[in-house]
Design a protein around this ligand. Structure first.
Ligand SMILES: [Fe+2]
Ligand SMILES: [Fe+2]
Length: 309
């Protein structure tokens, strides 16, 4: 591999790890900060970091590399108050701006340069937004009381939910990885996998918010992931997930007394569609990968949504 390309891939993969940590840090802060207006801003910025991660990962694949979706830079999750919490986010943006600006001078690939410029623009805006938020919070901080102590009963549920969160996080990363590596081989499948990852992120957010609302910390530790690249294996992985996962969620729902939380969990379980028939279909020798991608697309929630547009 050309040394310039190798250098660009290494930088881009480092950037993926930076974006990954920003997403987790901002989401964790959003769920735990306890101020609705700030929560929304943080979530919105996390969504933009997801777009950056996606841009960098696609650039890695386009240059012939493997996106380092299993790596994460340092995250700073907890602080005694919202001002200090937001300071972590300001620091993260500052660091990204410096890093991407430095890379811009070192990377000669025009397409990568454009991506970096786009990211620098966004991070500069984020930097300003976080500073403004911090100013606002400083004015209000005296009013903030301590969060209530969590009771025994809730603790059991919170532990179950945190196990769920870990598994979801793992599956989000695995599905994203699968989506990135199939981008050229099977764009259709790649899109569907991305839709599945996005759906899972949504569920992850719903549950993480519930955990934080119960006064506990959502588990956002970086999980170990399995990297599946073969299309058939990917499809088998996704089918297995759709078969097993709703049962696990329903099992947690059974233990829950809180009605809102129960409703959320049941909703998540129903959003996963069982399709055992597909196994039959896969075993037929005349089934092509294109057929499979078509069937997957017809059966996933993400695509149904797209077709209605
Ligand atoms: Fe970013
Ligand atoms: Fe940012």
């Amino acid at each position: 591999m050309d040394i310039e390309i190798k250098k660009a891939i290494d930088y881009l993969n480092y950037n993926i790890s930076l974006e990954h940590s920003a997403i987790i840090q901002y989401l964790f802060h959003a769920y735990t900060i306890g101020e609705e207006s700030i929560e929304n801003e943080l979530e919105e910025i996390a969504r933009e970091e997801m777009k950056h991660l996606r841009m960098f990962a696609h650039a890695v694949v386009d240059l012939g590399g493997i996106p380092a979706i299993d790596k994460r830079a340092s995250v700073f999750l907890e602080a005694p108050n919202a001002v200090e919490l937001l300071q972590f986010d300001i620091d993260a943006e500052k660091m990204a701006i410096d890093e991407y600006s430095r890379q811009l001078k070192e990377i000669s690939d025009k397409k990568v340069q454009r991506i970096l410029e786009r990211a620098i623009n966004d991070e500069t805006a984020h930097f300003k937004i976080f500073n403004d938020l911090q100013e606002k919070v400083k004015e209000k901080i005296a009013e903030n009381g301590e969060k209530s102590v969590i009771d025994e009963n809730k603790l059991k549920i919170v532990n179950l939910l945190n196990i769920y969160l870990q598994k979801q996080y793992e599956k989000i990363l695995e599905s994203l990885y699968q989506s990135f590596v199939t981008r050229h081989k099977n764009p259709h499948l790649s899109d569907e996998l991305e839709q599945r990852a996005i759906d899972k992120m949504k569920h992850f957010g719903w549950v993480a918010e519930e955990v934080a609302e119960a006064g506990a910390k959502p588990n956002m530790d970086l999980p170990q992931i399995k990297k599946v690249e073969d299309e058939r294996e990917i499809i088998n992985y996704q089918i297995k997930d759709q078969q097993e996962f709703p049962k696990e969620v329903e099992e947690i729902a059974k233990n829950v007394e809180d009605r809102d939380l129960k409703w959320i969990l049941e909703r998540i379980a129903k959003r996963e569609i069982h399709y055992t028939d597909l196994e039959e279909f896969l075993k037929r020798p005349e089934t092509t990968d294109q057929d499979i991608a078509k069937v997957i697309s017809a059966l996933t929630v993400g695509s149904l949504f797209k077709k209605n547009q």
